[in-house]
Write a protein that binds this ligand. Structure first.
Ligand code: PLP
Length: 448
């Protein structure tokens, strides 16, 4: 029996990333409130948050400092744009802070409102920059199969997942996808992680040579693949990728939308895995999701080209109304202050061994083929046969089924096919981590 709210939901909403036909039968899970690492549904049932919302509520759900910062900023200056040289304190202060903590030398910051529009900006900057440099043929961008970079026409093209392309007439021409570096799933029998990484880098190089190095402008990657299945990179992968990109003067865009701000045990995934990034996209944990905000951070080389071009043609013709929203920037400044004051990176490092011990222990379960992670993010792959790694038929929906059982056990997780992601709020304590995995183990037993 559907609740009144559920019926009203079905009558009114088109949900993102939802099987719209099935939703008409099942209805929504209506969540009403949150406290710390817990959320509560409209019946008052409590759930442990295993996904930090959508990889974003790092500080949990009831952080009074963030709430008060937003309220105070709303009272003082609820909106101003930063077009045409206008500015305000929160936008400047946040850019200063980002430059200070950036994992590579950063010259300037460009704001947006979502991870998708940050990556859209990245593409436009790459194209604009190469026109400005007088090499208009150098425009292609290489992403990776199973990479996730957003949903706008251009960022969905970067995304390497079929659901984002089929019947949307995507990807755009000039956006290419190289292999997914998922060792468990795609390594040859007996192939070491280092050898597999070498093969991934060789495949990237072959693609660049096939297309012509003077036509390839940029490569984009998440340090840990998120929506593709919470996949950590194999040993040596980024080191080998860096070398290929440097050889052909190809820009490296690090998509830190999930990994930014402590998730992997460093402030940025770029540091954890040694990405030679020229530009970075950040969103989500930048405000602990208390306000929509994204930031593109660019190095001096990229910024100088943009300035030179303005000398020639005038206005840099890009930006949206909410770029540098004062409330978002003020909340982000406070979020970064809390991360530093509360030593969030040190906290992640101290609880990560418990997180990873319980995560990898899931491999003892008959349904789990792989369970691997870093810091406070991990992915679990459910398989039909552990010895052969044979997958379940997708239509059996074993991943989503386990997540539904987890929900019954009072735990929120996310299934991507038969991979299930764990990405809890960074403030989660050891006892809560143990509880999270106890609940998922019970859910897995029911899934059997
Ligand atoms: N990039 C990555 C790595 C993401 O995980 C996401 C969203 O999950 C995006 C980009 C898109 O961000 P948004 O959903 O805010 O547009």
């Amino acid at each position: 029996m559907l609740s009144n709210l559920a019926v009203r939901d079905i009558e009114t909403l088109v949900h993102p990333y939802t099987n719209l036909a099935a939703h008409r039968e099942t209805g929504p899970l209506v969540l009403e409130s949150g406290k710390g690492v817990y959320v509560y549904d409209s019946n008052g049932k409590e759930y442990l948050e295993g996904m930090a919302g959508l990889w974003c509520t790092a500080l949990g759900y009831s952080n009074q400092e963030l709430i008060e910062t937003a309220y105070e900023q709303m009272k003082k200056l609820p909106f101003q744009h930063i077009f045409g040289g206008r500015s305000h304190d929160p936008a400047i202060e946040l850019a200063e802070k980002l430059k200070e903590i950036a994992p590579v030398p950063i010259s300037k910051v460009f704001y947006g409102a979502s991870g998708s529009d940050a990556n859209d900006t990245q593409i436009k900057i790459v194209w604009y920059m190469n026109n400005a440099l007088g090499r208009p043929q150098k425009k292609k961008i290489i992403s990776r199969l199973k990479g996730y970079h957003g949903v706008t026409v251009a960022s969905a093209s970067l995304t390497g997942l079929p659901n984002n392309h089929i019947d949307f007439d995507l990807p755009l021409p000039g956006i290419l996808h190289t292999s997914c570096p998922h060792h468990y799933r795609f390594a040859e029998p007996g192939e070491s992680e280092q050898d597999f990484s070498s093969r991934m880098a060789a495949e990237l190089e072959e693609m660049i040579l096939r297309e012509g190095p003077d036509t390839v402008a940029a490569f984009i990657a998440e340090p840990v693949m998120g929506a593709g299945g919470a996949i950590t990179p194999p040993a040596g992968y980024f080191e080998k990728i860096n070398a290929v990109l440097a050889k052909y003067d190809i820009l490296f865009i690090a998509d830190e939308v999930i990994t930014g701000f402590g998730r992997t045990g460093n402030m940025f995934g770029t540091t954890t895995y040694g990405l030679a990034a020229d530009t970075l996209s950040c969103a989500k944990q930048i405000t602990s999701a208390y306000f929509p905000l994204s930031a593109v951070m660019m190095n001096e080389r990229v910024y100088e080209v943009l300035v030179d071009q303005s000398r020639k043609i005038g206005t840099f013709g890009h930006g949206n109304t909410y770029a540098g929203h004062p409330v978002g920037c003020a909340v982000a400044v406070k979020t970064l202050e809390i991360y530093q004051r509360e030593r969030i990176v040190e906290h992640v490092r101290s609880v990560s061994p418990t997180f990873l011990r319980r995560l990898t222990k899931l491999e003892e379960h008959p349904l789990v083929g792989e369970a691997r992670g870093v810091g406070m993010i991990g992915g679990v792959e459910l398989v039909r046969d552990k010895a052969t790694k044979a997958s379940f038929e997708i239509k059996k929906g074993v991943g989503p089924k386990s997540v539904l059982f987890a929900q019954q056990e009072g735990l929120i997780l996310r299934a991507m096919g038969d991979r299930v992601a764990f990405c809890p709020p960074l403030i989660m304590k050891e006892a809560e981590i143990e509880e999270m995995f106890d609940r998922y183990e019970r859910a897995l037993d029911k899934t059997l």
